[in-house]
Design a protein around this ligand. Sequence first.
Ligand code: GLA
Length: 753
Amino acid sequence: MILSENNVFLLRNEEMSYLFRVTEHGNLEHLHFGAPVRIADADALAVKYGTGWGSTGGPEGEEFPMYLPLEWSGLGRGDYRESPLEMAGEMPTGFKFSYSKIHEGIVPMECSLPQAKGNAETLEIVCSNVGGLTLHLYYTLFDTALCRRAVLVNNTDRDVVIRKMMSSMLDMQGTYEMTTFNGSWIAEMQSYKAPVGMSGIVNESTTGFSSALHNPGFMLSEPGASEDHGVVYGFNLIYSGNHYARVQRANEGINRIVQGISPVSFEWKLAPAEAFETPEAVMTYSSDGYNGMSCRMHRFVNEHIVPERWRGKDRPVLYNDWEGCMFDFNEPKLMSLAKKAKKLGCELFVLDDGWFGARDNDKAGLGDYSVNRKKLPHGLSGLQAKLEKLGLAFGLWFEPEAVNPDSDLFRAHPDWAISEENGVVVLGRNELLLDLGKQEVRDYIVENVSRCIDEGKVSYVKWDMNRHSTALGASAHRCILGLYECLQRIFGPRPDVLLESCSSGGNRFDLGMLCYSPQIWSSDDTDAVERCRIQYNLSYLYPQSTIGAHVSEAPHSQTLRNTPLSTRGNISFFGLLGYEFDLDNLSPAETDEITNQIAFYKQFRHTFQFGQLRRLRAENGISMQVADDDACLVGLFQGLVPAAPGYERIFPQGLMPERPYHVESRKQWLNAALFGGLLRFVLPIKVKPDGILVRTAGKQYRMQDAVQACTASGSALMSGLSLNARFMGTGYDPSMRMQGDFGSNIYVITEEK
Ligand code: GLA
């Protein structure tokens, strides 16, 4: 609901409200963002400033206190805090309220930037300055979040140059801690939390893309907020390029929050009558801690960001050949893998890198989308036909935004690639970026990707991007607009093709990409233990239905960790399950475990993918649950096992206290090889520690592990379900938890009818 009364504006849904008003001199005074309030509360919520605040802003006769909380500010008027707008050679200030308008639904953008869609109302505030610039501030209210963006229109008769323009600016009272998610390749989403001080905290990417270095999403929380209690705000940006956010506290306890495109080497010329549109900034609020905020963000992403066709739609269990084959495959090898994948229960076979041009390694062929006939003599359609016969859908990898200098495309059109600083060619993963600001480049991408999709009846595309660059400078935004245009032109007419975006793993995990690709490959770090932390941190801002998470080989190629297969599966369940290793080497016990995993995931697929995810209290390791009307599924992922563990429990949430529930652990196999020579304690026969039995035990024996079942009230379970004891040299008992380091289990909780 959006209300406007005497130039006071209230945007309010069931969970939060946002309030501001126009001051006597036409400034927009921010009043409140938080718990639901009334429009009549404006005076009660407004800051009461005194003379102790020092100098004033604004021209003579129109002074306003320097630290008045504002909705938009500018340079050169006595507000010395950060300006949301900077222009070359002029002071873009003095925007005064001129009129407002309330629109049903969203107000579509003119440029190719993606936007949140669906049921909403939009408040448009129009301000103009004496110089002839008009500023439109849009506030689109959804049931779970508020989106803000700004549009600048040049109503002068000359060109003006924008150097910085934020999507939103907001001055909030209070004391906050800011959590950002930073990292790098195979180390995405490490969380950092720090108090917001007077120097402020900047969360910015300048790699040309949203990047794994600094995810655009962040959180502000009141000190002491926990997963389930306290005030938490979530922020994000619907954008995949260079982004910028800064939160800075002023002496008076007001925090200025700006969000938008990074101003680093940004420059945009605006001709007379032209408009510049910023991406949408997203904000949400909860007084129920981080879980409360995540719950709203998840609903917002699932209902208003991902393409309509894929909202709430179950995603297939896939097999991807990359980690198993890399570039070394041919049709018989792929078909052998496909047959095994099908038998295990996979539904989609994804052919990753290496299928086109001279791409036998990552040094050549990128950009040449013609099938490598040596590897695939029957082409894409031949392979697809064979997969279809098996009952598998066909998925295909592309990396359309980049080119290898050693490629036919580059040789034909060297000017299509973005040249680097001072003529020095700097490669990243042996690649250059294509200039998506050029129409002919976009046409080439659209034609080639579309042709391959249609030829191969492809039902899933993995859209990769492995080259980041700081050299994009002012053209970075044009390239991002070009990327969105390509995605729209390719996938708009092909809504049934499931798009998973990827950028060396999670290097472009953002809401802009999610508007086209309902899922994103979370990380090339497929070590289950590390990826558990990545998924956990992603879950603060992104729902599990967006997180591609595959099971890979152990010992793991990046960490050498030998994580139990059961855990590798259990962690991937809290995302979109896939398998990514050479299935030709599976032992009978592994085959059984994986077959069970896929069957179990399919049984609870909708709950796993779309149930409400919550991060739970855990006494050792990490615990998460997903829950909907059908089931509550609790995962407990242990860390290192102590020799003298305390009693351990799981703490499900959201159950009905008085109702009875049935709890059952997922049936999973223990890796008997874990026991080594200790097998002599669990088998009735004498075994040699280095004998054949011990060496092959893990491959042959299926020993059930951690079996637990009980019935209890919701209230008892939420107080902490006591788990079975761990193995301590005590002999084999299937009810004992014997997983060792990084063991895990899933507990299925269903209401007893
Ligand atoms: C990137 C991706 C991987 C894989 C390779 C192929 O690194 O993140 O998943 O597709 O490229 O070259």
